[in-house]
Design a protein around this ligand. Structure first.
Ligand code: CMP
Length: 137
């Protein structure tokens, strides 16, 4: 069993798509081991995306992530990191395959509805960023 960090980003939450995305998570066989709704501050968003600090889109990304509420979840499944990335689709919704979450709910590379960890080390950092061990049951 592997765990990954998933986020329903502020664009998808504001559009009322959180329920559909959570329903899809169950359909795909993930277990939700942690879940909370948060309204990130700019500083909290910067800490989460610190690995992208030098990228030209960092300010835009962290403004967007602190624009409204989001839902953060720790998902568990065999091969959870790869599988959640497949369910989300490509980072840029314009390139995301039919039937993926970003194709269905994303508007642009910045406002792309969902986030998922990209490797075991980032999953460990990202899950620990939002959840204490006792919250992961
Ligand atoms: P995410 O999977 O959350 O990880 C980092 C995010 O940065 C990514 O999704 C995109 O939403 C965002 N991102 C990547 N490239 C760009 C870009 N060129 N312009 C704006 N945002 C970007």
């Amino acid at each position: 069993m592997e765990r990954t960090l998933a986020i329903i980003k502020p664009d998808a939450f504001a559009a009322g798509n959180a329920g559909k995305i959570i329903s899809r998570i169950y359909q795909e066989g993930f277990r939700i081991v942690g879940m909370k709704k948060l309204f990130l501050s700019k500083v909290e968003a910067e800490g989460f995306y610190a690995v992208h600090r030098e990228r030209p889109f960092f300010a835009e990304l962290t403004d967007f992530m602190s624009r409204g509420p989001c839902v953060v979840m720790a998902l568990e499944a065999d091969n959870a990191i790869r599988r959640w990335r497949d369910v989300m689709g490509a980072t840029n919704p314009a390139q995301a395959a039919a039937g993926t979450l970003r194709q269905e709910f994303g508007a642009s590379i910045g406002e792309n509805a969902t986030h998922g960890s990209d490797a075991p080390e980032t999953a460990a950092f990202e899950i620990a960023y939002f959840f204490a061990g006792v919250e992961l049951l």
